[in-house]
Design a protein around this ligand. Structure first.
Ligand SMILES: CC(=O)N[C@@H](CCC[C@H](N)C(=O)O)C(=O)O
Length: 371
């Protein structure tokens, strides 16, 4: 199986959450070329679940890969860069999918005792595919629901061969944040006759920055990032609409609720102070990823002794991952896997080292044997 070609083919066709139709077609076409003797494949929206029958199964081991891209214009200049203008696999899901296909191939070539399922899950970046996928598996395809589940995420800051994780809390819980401000716009020369939403939004953005520093216990942690701020139409019209788009990250639901209460209070004050209407939409939210203590320790021990792999005990991170909906109900482990790129996740120049493709499918296959 030519994993390099697969990764580059997938890299060219990034699609956002629940639009991954070309990706699904590509994955299906590839799976069709494999020996079908032990395989069963079911489709869910733009995703897929593939079961490989083991030789003497007592349980089902799961592997999850996400499959969506991001709305970012790629700037790597690579010969196989995105053919979809404005979209890019800037979070490594092309690498994740290729590793999953490589693992599938190894499970077919050399079956393990237990059954294995590989879940190709849409919409990790948003609005979140894991929760509805999990519910569908539970209700409609229980034979595809694993007893344990594993997943990786590429880590640009680590060299290839390094895997990093920890027992317990690994990733934050998240909520998207969309705030719209509406007021009276007008001519740039007559500000006293208008309510300028550009100024109101600027003030709101600065006030939001006080929440983490002033309202969250310093011994706890939270992030409030506004990634996009837009207002107005042209340079000489006072804006009647502004919009902030962001994300909130906390380590527990209680802090998430506290941050949201403060956002709402500040928005009410901005309404009053700038004589405008402010509406808040929290979009989609993800549960924190909690690694099973015992399985994470077993994973780290296995990785530590595996030739060519270096195991690191990581810190928790403020990254979000809807894999948390799997670890909510199933014992599982997510880990970082090094890809050594000077540009990080969600960067238009992210360029993971493809050498990871030579290591990971074999490593995961061998780890699955020990489960
Ligand atoms: C691994 C990773 O980068 N995940 C995303 C998940 C985004 C969740 C949601 N759209 C949000 O922005 O809150 C991340 O940004 O951490």
């Amino acid at each position: 199986m030519d994993l390099l070609k697969i990764r580059r083919d997938l890299h060219k066709i990034p699609e956002i959450g629940f639009q991954e139709w070309k990706t699904q077609t590509y994955l299906k076409a590839h799976i069709d070329t494999l020996s079908q003797d032990r395989l069963e494949v079911v489709e869910w929206k733009t995703g897929l679940a593939v079961k490989v029958r083991g030789t003497a199964s007592t349980k089902t081991i799961g592997w999850r890969t996400d499959i969506d891209g991001l709305p970012i214009t790629e700037e790597t200049g690579l010969p196989f860069q995105s053919a979809h203008p404005g979209y890019m696999h800037a979070c490594g899901h092309d690498i994740h999918m290729t590793i999953a296909l490589g693992l599938l191939n190894r499970l077919i070539e050399e079956p393990i005792a237990d059954d294995a399922v590989i879940l190709f899950q849409p919409a990790e970046e948003g609005p979140g595919g894991a929760l509805p996928f999990r519910e569908w598996l539970k209700n409609d395809q229980p034979a595809f629901l694993p007893d344990q589940i594993y997943a990786l995420h590429i880590a640009p800051e680590h060299p290839v061969g390094t895997v990093a994780t920890k027992p317990g809390l690994l990733f934050a819980n998240t909520s998207e944040l969309y705030i719209d401000l509406h007021g009276k716009g007008g001519h740039a020369a007559f500000p006293h006759l208008t309510e300028d939403m550009a100024v109101a939004a600027a003030s709101l953005l600065m006030q939001l920055q006080t929440i983490v520093s002033r309202n969250v216990n310093p011994m706890d942690s939270a992030v409030l990032t506004v990634g996009k701020l837009s207002a107005g139409t042209v340079q000489n019209i006072i804006a009647e609409h502004a919009r902030l788009e962001g994300t909130i990250r906390t380590l527990n639901l209680e802090s998430m609720l506290r941050v949201k209460k403060r956002i709402e209070a500040i928005c009410r004050a901005v309404e009053e102070g700038y004589n405008c209407r402010v509406s808040i939409d929290y979009g989609s939210s993800y549960l924190e990823v909690n690694n099973d203590e015992e399985l994470a320790e077993a994973f780290l021990r296995f990785a530590d002794e595996y030739a060519g792999v270096h195991a690191v005990r990581s810190e928790a991170a403020m990254t979000g991952e809807d894999f948390g909906y799997f670890t909510e109900e199933l014992p599982g482990v997510m880990f970082w896997a090094g890809v050594d790129s000077p540009f990080g996740l969600h960067h238009s120049k992210l360029n993971p080292d493809e050498a990871i493709l030579e290591i990971m499918p074999e490593f995961i296959h061998d780890f699955f044997r020990t489960r």
